[in-house]
Ligand binder design. Structure first.
Ligand code: AMP
Ligand code: GLY
Length: 450
């Protein structure tokens, strides 16, 4: 069997480590390369000195190194058209093209797509002119029939590192937000166009599907925790904890989501431009049924960390079948377990934070196993896997922090309670100066079944 040389292009986070960790388990996986990587991916393969947005350097590397397969797994390289460039150079690549990924990188396109195809989402208006948007807010006309006193959500249309969404209650707040996005350009070009939409309420869930441009395979539902503080307080983050599958989701709700959202979305996306890769809609289960908050064209982080623990099928088989339009032939199996991933963050995150803090409690190339850095130093439980995000090895060969989200401690269990208990027990033995994490990951999901 020929082993494949594989390049993973992403943001060097826990998601990239988790995807690499899963790919490395394939009997067909050969050498792995990461652009960018972290201390965890360095152990699975080679971290390149090339950034995920340096397209021509990535292509040169793939050609010179004779890379058999490239996976593009983060929003920015997808929006820059890395997949298109690899294809143009006859390099085998997995991920949506720039046009297909537009469903994520332009919220204006995405909302218009939902309107056009009658997909359930918050009512909205789109503006590319500041004065018009301002006049709209000042008049507070009914947003598709909305009451004038309800909250509104203002979103920068482009990619804004997950920060371009602001919930506003008063007119002055909304005008200030609008000015920051459209005039002061706090999100750069991402705020040239804004979406103003209705505020929705209900539990938020993440759905992921594999798509090969023709058919799709749906994942179990998961729930991310986006706020830094317990009970969903404080600032928004990239996501600091996840659980899957969700004990409160029943078969009927999953079938409804598939019928009302997934099937029509995939069908209509493919009619415009075949979508190959992961489609990840963020949904809200409102009193009026499930509604789409946004679409992402890639794995979520930290969703990927939980999903890679649960996936029982060789990821490389799924990726290869997807590229070849043969996803229908692959049986995508999930372990009959629950998974969680609790993210350990630097003190100060999502604001400013210090780096280079020494991490203790995680194995460091001391054991002979290939993924030793994914182990806790103190217990040898296969249900626990530690995924690295902002970590690196410093000049003195010490494992140190190198980002806001530092480590993800993932665990499997026969119940969600069991998985969480294991993860938190492991976390007690890990430390670095300023370390912070939420102690209530999964709590909301568990309370819903009480
Ligand atoms: P997005 O990037 O569109 O997913 O928005 C980021 C976060 O803002 C979501 O995860 C939600 O928590 C929140 N959000 C977005 N749109 C709405 C909405 N229409 N109503 C209430 N919350 C929203
Ligand atoms: N889990 C949030 C994201 O990856 O966008």
């Amino acid at each position: 069997m020929k082993k494949q040389k594989i390049l993973i292009i992403g943001a060097g986070g826990g998601r990239e480590h988790a995807i690499g960790w899963k790919i490395a388990q394939s009997p067909r996986a050969g050498k792995l390369f990461f652009a960018r990587g972290n201390a965890g991916t360095a152990e699975l393969g080679t971290n390149l000195e090339i950034k995920e947005r340096e397209i021509s350097k990535l292509i040169d590397f793939a050609k010179n190194e004779k890379i058999d397969l490239t996976l593009v797994v983060a929003d920015e390289p997808l929006a820059l058209g890395v997949v298109d460039e690899f294809k143009k150079n006859n390099l085998r690549v997995w991920g949506p093209t720039k046009v297909a990924a537009q469903i994520e990188w332009s919220k204006a396109y995405s909302k218009n797509f939902m309107r056009k195809h009658n997909l359930p989402t918050a009512r909205f208006e789109i503006f590319s002119n500041f004065e018009k948007a301002k006049a709209y807010l000042e008049a507070r006309p009914p947003l598709g029939g909305l009451a004038s006193k309800s909250s509104l959500v203002i979103k920068a249309s482009g990619l804004a590192l997950g920060k371009g969404v602001v919930i506003v209650k008063t007119l002055s707040e909304s005008l200030q937000t609008l000015e920051e996005m459209m005039i002061k350009k706090v999100f750069g070009g991402a705020g040239n166009e804004v979406v103003i939409e209705e505020f929705l309420t209900g539990p938020e869930i993440s759905i992921h599907v594999f798509s090969d441009g023709k058919t799709y395979k749906i994942f179990p539902a998961s729930q991310d925790h986006k706020k830094i503080g317990e009970r969903d307080t404080g600032l928004n983050t990239g996501g600091v904890g996840v659980v899957a599958p969700l004990p409160f989701m029943n078969k009927e709700m999953m079938q409804r989501i598939e019928k009302e959202i997934i099937a029509p979305t995939i069908k209509n996306l493919n009619a415009e431009e075949p979508f190959v890769g992961i489609l990840y809609p963020g949904l809200m289960l409102t009193p009026d049924g499930p509604k789409i908050l946004e679409f992402n064209a890639r794995f979520g982080d930290p969703e990927a960390e939980a999903y890679m623990r649960l996936l029982d099928t060789d990821l490389l088989d799924i990726v290869d079948a997807s590229i070849d339009g043969k996803l229908e032939e692959v049986e995508v199996r999930w372990k009959n377990k629950f998974a969680c991933n609790v993210v350990l963050c630097s003190g100060g995150y999502p604001g400013s934070y210090e780096k280079e803090k020494i991490i203790s409690g995680v194995c460091q190339r001391v054991s002979l196993t290939k993924d030793s850095m994914s182990k806790s130093l103190f217990d040898n439980d296969d249900d626990i896997v530690i995924f690295h995000a902002g970590t690196k090895i410093n000049e003195r060969e010490q494992l140190v922090t190198n980002g806001g989200r530092v480590l993800g401690v993932s665990a499997l269990g026969n119940s969600l309670e069991e998985a969480l208990e294991k993860a938190y027990k492991t976390i007690e033995k890990i430390s670095f100066e300023g370390m912070q994490y939420r102690r209530d990951i999964g709590k909301k999901a568990l309370e819903m079944i009480k």
